[in-house]
Design a protein around this ligand. Structure first.
Ligand SMILES: C[S@@+](CC[C@H](N)C(=O)[O-])C[C@H]1O[C@@H](n2cnc3c(N)ncnc32)[C@H](O)[C@@H]1O
Length: 223
């Protein structure tokens, strides 16, 4: 039987996966780590952390996937000694056979932290580092009912071609409601309809320069 996901080496040497089911890759083939750093850490977390001086930074990630964004964020919290509370949702968790092969722990020199991210139980808060706590939710974003508010949203679904529903108003309205005042959402997607929908639900939207292989990305701010 064909495996559901296959391993690819992206241009910066870091792995990504191709999902046969969604006919999409989990990251850019031009560099998985470079892309995640640029879009989610640089344009999202770094940016927000400059405007929020006190208290923990709260993050919601749409699509836990390989755990790469979680690892980069945990390392960020450690290097800046800044408290992060990280909530992530995943409808189709990857099995350990595939996550054990991913080279993020080796490249980012933290195999132990990467393993902890994957082995931490679903559905509860886990303190993985003094500066980093994480809750992994197993389920679909469409079914999520949550009253918490987040400073940063990593909007990392498969693209609109693969999963149109996740880029339409009902889901994005929910995401907007989950964003704290002054909070930001970042995404690799710059499609016109996506940006117009973000504006329709209330965000202020800007385009920023993208990582290698991608001209632009989107950052949306809740006023
Ligand atoms: C682009 S990948 C995420 C990459 C991930 N952030 C990473 O660092 O590896 C999109 C993820 O969304 C998940 N997903 C797809 N549909 C979903 C849904 N309806 N609700 C929650 N997660 C979903 C996929 O299984 C996949 O793991």
């Amino acid at each position: 039987m064909q495996p559901e996901e296959s391993l690819i080496v992206s241009a910066d040497g870091s792995h990504t996966l191709r999902s046969q089911h969604f006919d999409a890759t989990y990251h850019s083939k031009h560099g998985a780590i470079s892309e995640s750093r640029h879009i989610f850490i640089g344009a999202g977390l770094d940016y927000l952390s400059h405007s929020k001086e006190a208290g923990p930074v709260t993050i919601f990630e749409m699509g836990f996937g390989t755990g790469l964004n979680a690892l980069l964020t945990a390392q960020w919290s450690q290097s800046y000694n800044r408290m992060v509370r990280y909530t992530t949702i995943e409808a189709y968790p990857l099995n350990t056979e595939i996550t054990n092969q991913l080279n993020y722990g080796q490249i980012l020199k933290d195999d132990n932290l990467f393993s902890k991210i994957h082995s931490s139980p679903w559905g509860e808060w886990n303190e993985l580092l003094p500066s980093f706590s994480m809750k992994k939710i197993k389920g679909k974003i469409e079914d999520l009912s949550i009253t918490d508010r987040y400073d940063v949203i990593y909007y990392d679904a498969f693209g609109p071609g693969a999963q149109p529903l996740l880029w339409e108003q009902p889901v994005l309205q929910k995401i907007y409601d989950m964003t704290a005042d002054g909070g930001v959402l970042t995404s690799f997607c710059v499609q016109g309809t996506f940006r117009r929908t973000l504006m329709a639900v209330g965000y202020q939207v800007e385009k920023l320069p993208g990582p290698p292989g991608k001209r632009e990305i989107t950052r949306a701010k809740k006023p």
